[in-house]
Design a protein around this ligand. Structure first.
Ligand code: TRP
Length: 328
């Protein structure tokens, strides 16, 4: 079975945008591929050297992914720092990664600008660690957003270079499996753009119903159309997009007709939208609450995932050592 690897940044809670972007793709991929999904806690040290309660943080993320339906029976779900084999490959890749090319990476330059007091070597070698994460399982596909394209190019370059230097055809060149085609862009509630944590316009899967209602009722609207069949301004279009995602076709058509006949009442639309979002997120929220309190279960999931990942990684490291010339 073809191998898929993806890393999850350990930041914040999941929102609707994450669900209809990455997560829904993970759910599909876990049915068809041998998937390794991990929480990239080492990578977070490049920007947060003192991560605080990293165990609690990691558990929270794990709980949310499990609640969404990532199935530990199907995918190996693990914590990056539990698989030390990755570090050995990271070291080998670093020996063949050049300062010039690493310095040219856009996200490195950006981070160097935003954290000038902490331009550390981990930041510089972020792409080699990411490459090690992926090729340690000899993955052929990596589901990532567009923002990861440069890292993906570096990763392929490192895999190719290893093969060239040691005269082998060992590492496959992993393809980016872009969500873009399959992902639904979820708009924010602030009238423009997409839903995001940093945009402050997100509805979280763990939000309770009242929080969701309040957020939706505050969504930006206008004074309503005065001419039948007017085009919708962006803020209004966004609300309809949300309806399309979480509500029934009947509901969508009802409000669309009201809009086209200038009889729309945004208050009614928002109330309905809020209830439909609540109906969608509530089962997930309940699962999150259930899983979060079951640390025994989560630790078992992480341990099982790590074991599967280590087995796969150890095989690669054994072969890589042989290829480079270390004795077994
Ligand atoms: N760089 C990725 C991000 O910021 C996270 C990540 C780390 C990753 N290692 C990976 C993604 C390996 C895919 C494969 O989102």
């Amino acid at each position: 079975m073809e191998i898929v690897v993806s890393g999850i940044r350990p930041t914040g809670n999941l929102h609707l945008g994450n669900y209809f972007g990455a997560i829904r793709n993970f759910l599909r991929l876990q049915e068809e591929y041998n998937c390794f999904f991990f929480i990239a806690d080492w990578h977070s040290l490049t920007t947060h050297p003192k991560p605080g309660d990293i165990t609690a943080n990691v558990r929270k993320i794990l709980a949310e992914y499990l609640a969404c339906g990532i199935d530990p029976e199907k995918a190996a779900i693990y914590v990056q720092s539990d698989v030390k084999e990755v570090l050995e490959l990271y070291l080998y890749l670093n020996m063949n990664a050049y300062l010039g090319e690493l310095e040219r990476v856009t996200s490195f330059k950006e981070k160097a600008r935003t954290q000038p007091d902490n331009v550390n070597a981990g930041l510089l070698t972020y792409p080699t660690l990411m490459a090690a994460d992926v090729i340690v399982h000899k993955a052929v596909k990596v589901p990532v957003g567009k923002d990861q394209e440069q890292n993906m190019e570096m990763l392929r370059k490192f895999a190719r270079r290893f093969n060239t230097i040691y005269g082998v055809d060992y590492f496959p060149e992993p393809a980016s499996y872009s969500f873009a085609g399959e992902a639904t862009k979820v708009p924010g509630l602030d009238g423009s753009g997409k839903m995001g944590k940093s945009e402050g316009n997100a509805i979280y899967l763990a939000d309770d119903p009242d929080t969701i209602r309040k957020k939706v009722m505050k969504a930006v609207t206008d004074s309503g159309p005065t001419v039948p069949d007017s085009p919708k301004p962006e803020a209004i279009e966004n609300l309809f997009t949300l309806l399309k995602i979480v509500s029934s076709a009947d509901t969508y058509n009802y409000f669309n007709d009201r809009y086209n006949t200038c009889a729309i009442r945004y208050g009614d639309l928002k109330k309905q939208l809020a209830e439909d979002i609540v109906a969608f997120t509530s089962p997930i929220r309940e699962k999150i609450l259930g899983v979060v309190s079951d640390t025994v279960y989560m630790d078992r999931v992480a341990a099982t995932g790590a074991e599967r990942a280590r087995e796969s990684a150890a095989r690669t490291i054994r072969e890589v050592r042989e290829i480079i010339g270390f004795r077994g």
